[in-house]
Ligand binder design. Sequence first.
Ligand code: F6P
Length: 364
Amino acid sequence: MNSKLRRIGILTGGGDCPGLNAVIRSIAKPAMTEYGASVIGILDGFEGFVEGRMRELTPKDIAGIINVGGTILGTSNKGNPFMFPVETPKGIDILDYSQHAIQNYQDWNLDALIAIGGDGTMHIVDKFTELGLNMVGVPKTIDNDLASTDVTFGYYSAVSVATDAIDRLQTTASSHHRVMVVEVMGRYAGWIALGAGIAGSADIILIPEIPFRWDKVYEHVLLRSKSGNRFSIVCVAEGAKADSGDQVVKEMDKKRTDPVRLGGIGELVGKKIEEETGLETRTVVLGHILRGGSPTPYDRILATKYGWMALKLAAEGKFGYMVSLRGDEVSSVPVKEAILNLRTVPLDSQMIQSARAVGASFGD
Ligand code: F6P
């Protein structure tokens, strides 16, 4: 194929998710076979980019990985090159190490670099594009919170795991006549809780977009209990918060691209429900289980289309773009547009309306 692509790099940045390997495969395979390009994998995300860690990928590396979770390249949600954490005797200094990464890009003779990641990664792609690197972005995250694309791969795999967990919790909740609170990831967006809450038929779904009222939550579980439904399932997004409170933060870590690590709202909701209603309550935090394991067929297909399109953009010299899904078609948008906002759940979303119609409470 007639293209200037001779040597391309691939990097996975931020938290892993099912489908990353499927994207790597669908970039690297045609790059090698159709373009005759060599492909290097940058190890451990932007940390590896700054520190100069990479290896050349061979056809063997990318065989049999479409169904494998995680990323064969390794990843990290630390090490933003523009705010790189450096350990010093006095603590951690945050320094601009972007020139180290640019030097590596040049030393490796790259014609293009495809970065697969979430919103943090896309901000970095945008900055390197401004500095002249030939970058293309591929949107990934279980959180589904990237603007300018209908879906990110990883989302439906995470929803599938969370739904399976809720199905399992239903039977034990019903046997013990308990309230079961299940906390899911999602950062500042409620997509995972909403998707799994609908699919698993949760009785209460708490998401960051709809600050909840404690009294409404108690009322709903008590109402169910009085009407003979002797158990309830509450699906809580890690970013959910009461109208009277703040998001619950597990830790702050300035090495991370997003220093805030959320977590703990599930425990709080479970504790308060038990105290205020007298109903026996247990809490389960699904956490990283949502990110592990094999991608669903939908995510494998989407990831394959994304990788194919990313390579096509690189071959056409369309840099500073992110691949994007609109309806059924994969196309592209300027990365600048994709990072303008986080994509949270719209309040008039049909998902929210239909969940309410089948009896779910949002605690409002
Ligand atoms: O962005 C993906 C995500 O899994 C979020 O849902 C979650 O808040 C965060 O990453 C957890 O990050 P870590 O892997 O550092 O615990």
